[in-house]
Design a protein around this ligand. Sequence first.
Ligand SMILES: Nc1ncnc2c1ncn2[C@@H]1O[C@H](COP(=O)(O)OP(=O)(O)OP(=O)(O)O)[C@@H](O)[C@H]1O
Ligand SMILES: [Mg+2]
Length: 397
Amino acid sequence: MGTVHNGGMMIRFEHVTKRYPDGTTAVDDLSFEVAEGELVTLVGPSGCGKTTTMKMVNRLIDPTGGTIHVGGENIADTDPVELRRRIGYVIQQVGLFPHKTVLDNTATVPHLLGIPRKKGRERAAELLDLVGLDPTVYGHRYPDQLSGGQRQRVGVARALAADPPVLLMDEPFGAVDPVVREHLQNEFRHLQRTLGKTVLFVTHDIEEAIRLGDRIAVYGQGRIEQFDTPAAVLGAPATGYVAEFVGADRGIKRLSVTPVEPGDLEERPVVRLDDPAGRAAEALAADDASWAVVLDGEAAPYGWVPAAALTGDGPDGATVRDHARPMDATLPVGAPLREAFGALLGHDAGWIAVLDEGRYAGVLTPGGLHAALRRATSADASRTTREAVTLETVPGA
Ligand SMILES: Nc1ncnc2c1ncn2[C@@H]1O[C@H](COP(=O)(O)OP(=O)(O)OP(=O)(O)O)[C@@H](O)[C@H]1O
Ligand SMILES: [Mg+2]
């Protein structure tokens, strides 16, 4: 996956347990690590311990066992107030102050940090802009004058206001409809990549977990059942519970998280529009190929030409152009397989031309697509043997 981080560990849970006084074990012997700049989604059913996990990171709850490090520091030894300055927190249900304007809500943390009011409000305006809310339009409204999706954006802007390296987000997009939600997810993912924040993101929605996470922690009751990349969780669920949780359509979901790579492409004979038809026919015959990819110039795909169309005595001076058939479905390297699959179906074609930095690189066929899915699963499964993490890992795929 395209994770941008420098390899440092930002959050580390070691054998963390939280038992409430009434005997409820909310979290049981939890161990995992989140790298700097990584976005990890915690997903699981209601009551499985997600919020408890989050609140232990900023010491709203203290564990009854085990240790938690943030940025290399054991948080048991830190001042909770100081710790929380480094950690933005977006809570379940947003929690904006109803009597404060959007701008003042966003500037809350800078204000608490003693940043001068004018500077804090300038920063707040920048952040509102960053999350797609024009501060001149929305800055002076009150929370009840916003849509649910807009309120959630304010929640994100407010959490970013102190520029914390770590963000905890507890179902931040829970209250919006699926369309707005997908939009917010995409924007947030882009924002997080740009800003390089380390994020723990709670959701009970597996689609959201897959779409956002560099890695996913799938929770059972108070325990992590599997902690891995979306492709590995979908491709090689560690337990029956995980398989059931991610759903029977996990094969389809995997198409969304697996990119087309150059190694997945098939080589076909290549001819050019201006090649003489006779020479093209010979090239095809030499390869014993029934069709060739046709390029317009050096590297731009034009379409294809069947060998049969090139045989027979064409008029003198005929070129490939006279027989070529356009095929405008192309995809860049790195596009998700789901897009490739959609293009294959949409064009009713057996192949798609794939471009690498704008140049024709090869064709993707249904066979290549299948191989790519297998490749993604085995690569991810082999990466999961992190000795520092005492979690269930993926059995050989
Ligand atoms: N103060 C408390 N005292 C006793 N039990 C608690 C307390 N707070 C939470 N719990 C229990 O701990 C378990 C985990 O709660 P938590 O809030 O972490 O769940 P969650 O995964 O965030 O659920 P949801 O998806 O519904 O938000 C639940 O069984 C809950 O009832
Ligand atoms: Mg919760």
